[in-house]
Ligand binder design. Structure first.
Ligand code: SAM
Length: 306
């Protein structure tokens, strides 16, 4: 398994399939992409990048966007990735609005599990955050994903001060009843989130963490980014994602990214060290050359917060 200059093993690849989205979440970090892009990678090009990554021992792939389920060829993309030697898991983060209709086929072509972005169960709050009226669709999507076995289904809730912070315990209970995991995520200052939005909506999960600790019978620490998972006595599972100004998070980061226009992105937070691999694929570079490009990007990785 390949390690970067800081001794961090790289085990997972996060690929942005598109910048298009059917929601307009005001807090979206846009996966650290700062320009519009219509030139999406084909399923063959995506598979080629995964094949190159797998050469370095990367075995897990997460699909993201924009909204990955807007890609018409999403089933083809997943099945191509699944057929690559060494890839043991393909997961997806989605806003869930199209999940109810697609979950079964996603499972059939080899998707392992999903994260569903669900910042609020309250119709008015969800609308204020996403500018769309899709609470029911997302709930159906979550239920269907669980039913067809895209498990563990994890619900992503970016916590926003005075918008959805009072809903945390309601969400915990709602998901515990369904045997689902909740990821409580601290807001990151990136993409649409400028200083003003960050200062207004950042919610410190410290207070919640104390109560979680008190109410849990077990706490686990995941390898990826040192995330803690709390197992509540009442049945809930809550994972905390606290990336900002968190050196532990960065020191335990095992992920490298691909932007929707085919650049290797060594760090979510950095915009100035992307490495173009798609142009070389399009000019038929050899595997050897593509390996060198990938390795260069790995060696550019450094912890953002130290
Ligand atoms: N459309 C998909 C979705 O909604 O999951 C994939 C793209 S979205 C950028 C991926 C995830 O990033 C979301 O589920 C959300 O939890 C997280 N996210 C978005 N903006 C964020 C921010 N400013 N800070 C922390 N997490 C954020």
């Amino acid at each position: 398994m390949i390690k970067d200059r800081f001794g961090r093993p790289i085990t997972s690849l996060r690929i942005s399939l598109t910048q298009k989205c059917n929601l307009e979440c005001f807090y979206c970090h846009r996966e650290g992409e700062n320009k519009e892009n219509d030139d999406e990678m084909t399923s063959e090009e995506i598979a080629k990048i995964v094949e190159i990554a797998s050469h370095f021992g990367i075995s897990k792939v997460k699909l993201t966007g924009g909204e990955p389920l807007l890609r018409k060829d999403i089933f083809d993309i997943i099945s191509k990735i699944r057929s690559i030697k060494g890839i043991v898991e393909v997961s997806m983060t989605t806003n869930g609005t199209l999940l109810a209709e697609k979950a079964k086929k996603l499972r059939e072509v080899g998707l392992s599990r999903v994260n569903v972005n669900f910042p609020s169960r309250k119709r008015d709050v969800y609308k204020a955050i996403t500018r769309r009226d899709y609470v029911k669709n997302v709930e159906e999507g979550i239920n269907e994903a669980y039913k067809v076995g895209l498990n563990p289904v994890k619900v992503n809730m970016v916590v926003l001060k005075s918008l959805n912070d009072e809903e945390i315990w309601d969400m915990i209970n709602y998901l515990a009843d369904k045997d689902l995991t909740l990821q409580l995520i601290e807001l990151e200052k990136l993409g649409n989130v400028k200083e003003e939005i960050y200062n207004k909506y950042f919610f410190d999960l410290d207070k919640i963490e104390k109560k979680l600790l008190n109410d849990s019978f077990k706490v686990e620490v995941k390898n990826l980014q040192n995330r803690k998972i709390y197992y509540l006595k009442s049945g809930g599972r809550i994972e905390l994602v606290r990336p900002f100004h968190n050196s532990e998070f960065c020191m335990n980061c095992t992920r490298i990214r691909i932007t929707s226009d085919g650049k290797i992105k060594p760090c979510l937070m950095k915009m100035n060290n992307h490495v173009d691999i798609l142009s070389s694929i399009r000019t038929n570079a050899s595997d050897n050359e593509l390996h060198k490009i990938f390795l260069k990007a790995i060696m550019l990785r450094e912890p953002f917060f130290r």
